[in-house]
Design a protein around this ligand. Structure first.
Ligand SMILES: Cc1cc2nc3c(=O)[nH]c(=O)nc-3n(C[C@H](O)[C@H](O)[C@H](O)COP(=O)(O)OP(=O)(O)OC[C@H]3O[C@@H](n4cnc5c(N)ncnc54)[C@H](O)[C@@H]3O)c2cc1C
Length: 491
């Protein structure tokens, strides 16, 4: 038997919850959120590794509609962010919309509605389908010969094994991305030895972190305008960071000076400094932020092997240059599947067109949100909505606001369905590729998870958040091919 709902949202992280709030505001009363796990939270439910925290200040990395005056520090830890999301879901009654342990298996447009099946065989029909599955939740482990033979505990940073004690153990870490930069300083405090295999050095800049005094929190609680002002100031400050990605000489010089000073203050060994110096332009890969990373690497029990891993055997990790390290525990800080997520989405739109077919030449979606051939389907944090310089929550909010306005316009005009206009989608995709062609991400001398198998950057929005917000605010039904309740079509 099929359950029916007006809007089916897949995923209960920041995106899914924000979408549910907006849809309800727009008069959609029957909303269901399918979540494959047992709780809301997404990223912040999954990532529990030591040191997990946001790298955008919490007053900005939170919903504009639900500011939190009580953040305990400038960059809150993962558990506090998860508690914040749970609190929003509880106070807004979103838990009762959620169906937990229900992973999407497939979705098919039948000409009038979406017919959805979950992994455990439940069936749903819905007028609107929203993908809020996130971009960073499928742990990626590179295929390294011998990985299965490793004798000790071995886990990914997003699947942290809290039952494995690291005390007095020799720990090998593969990868030096955003998660490793957070957990290595923590595990180095207890492990006997930490050996880090670094294929490519990151630029790591300091951040103004620290506790927020209780009296300040009280003030924020009683004068809600203050956290709003703080949020706005952080937003504008972070917009300036975009200058680094545009290659503005002063912004680049400032960032390089900060990075050099941060490393020099912590590291004195010239060989280690050389190993930690990236061989690409700043901004090409994600710029990381930590006050503890370089000091941790200077510790007597931490060793950096500046090469990728070639081979794993039961007790050793061997780098591509032949360096070999004994290890009792192996931790993968190797990121997530991002550009290949289509492999895991079985979605069939109008006339039997599958998402895999539609994206055979790479991911594309008009405004990163709607896909030609997929009626009444919206995607949050779709192609070209990622950021390197600011809070992605702002992008989610801009997308959700746009979808909300489209839903209202549909009601007003008596429309049955909307789908991205093919020509507009092609134009948007061309614009994105043109703007990316000579960007720092493409021409900065690196490869990164922003790029797909063909080397195109299909992940990032190339401009500022302000530009994206304006663009989304000004875009409406003209971006869509529409069908009226009576079946009349317009483009
Ligand atoms: C460690 C870490 C730190 C980060 N820090 C920051 C930061 O400081 N600032 C920033 O802007 N961004 C940060 N990010 C990016 C972060 O992912 C986003 O900010 C945000 O959490 C995305 O929310 P989301 O709801 O789109 O996705 P997610 O949080 O990934 O939520 C997606 C949800 O969908 C569910 N789901 C997926 N597939 C299915 C399916 N088939 N069926 C049913 N449910 C499904 C998942 O279980 C999950 O609950 C960080 C990411 C990580 C991994």
């Amino acid at each position: 038997m099929s359950n029916s709902t007006d809007m089916l949202i897949i995923g209960a992280g920041f995106s899914g919850l924000t979408m549910a709030l907006e849809a309800r505001k727009r008069g959609i009363s029957d909303i269901t959120i399918l979540e494959k796990a047992g709780d809301i939270g997404g990223t912040w439910r999954e990532n529990t590794y030591p040191g997990v925290a946001c790298d955008i200040p919490s007053h900005l990395y939170s919903m504009a509609t639900h500011l939190n005056p009580h953040w305990s520090r400038a960059y809150a830890g993962g558990a506090e962010i998860q508690a914040y999301l749970q609190n929003v879901a509880r106070t807004e009654g979103l838990y009762k919309l959620c169906r937990f342990h229900q992973a999407l298996r497939s979705a098919r447009w039948d000409g009038a509605q979406w017919q959805v099946e979950t992994m455990d065989g439940q069936r749903w029909s819905a007028r609107f389908l929203v993908s809020a599955i996130g971009a960073l939740h499928l742990p990626r482990r590179p295929d390294i010969p011998g990985a299965c033979d490793f004798a000790g505990p071995s886990f990914h940073s997003a699947e942290w094994d809290h039952n494995t004690a690291l005390q007095d153990k020799r720990v090998a870490v593969i990868g030096t991305g955003a998660s490793a930069v957070q957990f290595v300083p923590e595990i180095a405090k207890t492990a006997q030895q930490v050996t880090i295999f670094q294929r490519s050095a990151p630029y790591v800049l300091p951040r103004p972190d620290g506790p927020i005094a209780p009296w300040v929190r009280q003030l924020y609680h009683h004068l809600p305008i203050l956290p709003r002002i703080r949020r706005h100031l952080i937003y504008m400050l972070y917009e300036f960071r975009h200058g680094v990605f545009r290659g503005e000489p002063r912004a680049v010089a400032f960032a390089m000076k900060m990075w050099q000073r941060t490393m020099d203050q912590a590291i004195s060994d010239p060989a280690l400094k050389q190993a930690l110096t990236p061989d690409y332009a700043i901004g090409c890969k994600r710029i990381l932020s930590s006050n503890d990373w370089y000091p941790a690497l200077a510790r007597h029990n931490v060793r950096v092997v500046p090469h990728g891993v070639a081979l794993i055997d039961p007790h050793h990790i061997t780098a591509t240059d032949g360096t070999r390290a004994e290890a009792d525990i192996l931790i993968w800080g190797t990121g997530f599947h991002v550009t290949d997520m289509v492999e895991r989405l079985s979605i069939t739109g109008a006339e039997g067109l599958t998402l895999r077919q539609a994206w055979a030449d790479g991911m594309e979606a008009n405004l990163g949100t709607a896909i030609a051939g997929f009626p009444n389907f919206f995607m949050l944090l779709g192609p070209h909505t990622g950021l390197g310089h600011n809070s992605v929550v702002l992008m989610i909010e801009a997308q959700v606001g746009h979808i909300g306005r489209v839903l209202t316009a549909m009601q007003q005009k008596g429309l049955r369905s909307v789908e991205a206009d093919t020509a507009k989608q092609a134009e948007f995709t061309r614009e994105m590729q043109d703007r990316h062609a000579n960007s720092i991400w493409q021409a900065g001398g690196c490869t990164s998870w922003y790029q797909d198998a063909q080397g195109r950057n299909t992940t990032l929005w190339p401009g500022t958040v302000s530009e994206f917000r304006k663009r989304m605010a000004q875009s409406g039904l003209e971006q869509y091919h529409t069908v009226t309740e009576k079946g009349g079509e317009s483009r």
